[in-house]
Design a protein. Structure first.
Length: 298
């Protein structure tokens, strides 16, 4: 049984890392050992779990189904061991977190470093991606997201308030003028982002404007850089642009127009609720982000 669980763990790490060599480094095993365990697992199951080429490694349909089950099984084992060995006051093991690129780099990374230093037995892995990952299928313990929770099978806890603003660089406003009404926005160049990019800006009073996305991307940080370079208006969280506004690199336009708030949430599967590492991390982030948010939004 122990060999079967180790094979399962190796399989999950290979699927998440995208290559045998990356999984071997993460697990601190040789590439030969990882390859042998994967081959043995496929032989025992009688199915091929991966499609292999010289440049890529992707899950087969059977592999995707098996991966989802393995992630749940390993999570249950991890939770059980954590609860038994450390009670409810110590964070141990691997904590896998996902967040957007900008928020993850600017705010979450230093906070997770601080949290890990308080719990030396914990290993933290942070993935940054502006897409919305399926945290159950991808095996994440915790996601930090902006806005409302769409998936009712997950648990969400609000961590901090948020405010969104429309802003642009002084150079753009000097060339094109400052919009004075919502209707003016349609005549300006806009930088839009998301998947798909959001060109329909909705406001708290129910009004909306279709903006002209002259530059679009799936990467919020790239959109931010375009705005700093004077390319157009951008709709951004104050968490992302506070420092630029204070330094004068960006200016808020239509400051009296309110946008939906999209507060920051911690999102996690139901089976992570009792895991000390998740509970303690969420409690820590709630305190620290509330303090930062008070200064940010004050």
């Amino acid at each position: 049984m122990s060999d079967n669980l180790l094979d399962m763990l190796v399989f999950v790490r290979v699927a998440q890392a995208g290559s045998l060599s990356a999984a071997a480094r993460e697990l601190r095993l040789s590439l030969t050992v990882v390859s042998r365990k994967l081959t043995r697992l496929e032989a025992r199951l009688g199915v091929r779990l991966f499609n292999r080429t010289t440049r890529s490694l992707t899950l087969t349909e059977e592999g995707m189904r098996f991966h989802a089950r393995c992630v749940r099984i390993l999570a249950e084992i991890d939770d059980a061991e954590t609860e038994v060995t450390s009670g409810r006051d110590t964070a141990l093991g691997l904590l896998r977190v996902t967040s957007t690129f900008a928020f993850g780099c600017r705010w979450l990374a230093p906070l997770l470093q601080e949290f890990q230093a308080q719990h030396p037995g914990l290993h933290v892995h942070l993935d940054t991606d502006d897409g919305v990952a399926n945290i159950v299928e991808r095996g994440y313990d915790l996601a930090i997201r902006f806005g409302a929770l769409a998936d009712s099978s997950l648990i969400a806890r609000q961590l901090a308030p948020n405010r969104r603003v429309i802003c642009a660089s002084p150079s753009y406003l000097a060339r094109h003028g400052r919009p004075e009404t919502l209707e003016d926005l349609a005549g300006h160049a806009a930088i839009t982002f998301g998947d798909p990019p959001n060109t329909h800006w909705i406001f708290a009073d129910g009004r909306s404007v279709n903006v002209k996305g002259v530059l679009t991307t799936n990467n919020g940080e790239l959109a931010h850089r375009w705005a700093l370079g004077g390319a157009g208006l951008i709709l951004k969280s104050i968490w992302d642009v506070r420092d630029d506004i204070r330094s004068g690199q960006l200016e808020v336009v239509l400051p009296d127009v309110l946008l939906p708030a999209a507060p920051i949430h911690a999102v996690f599967p139901h089976n992570r609720l009792t895991a000390a590492k998740v509970r303690l991390c969420v409690d820590f982030l709630a305190v620290r982000l509330k303090d930062i948010g008070g200064d940010l939004l004050g």
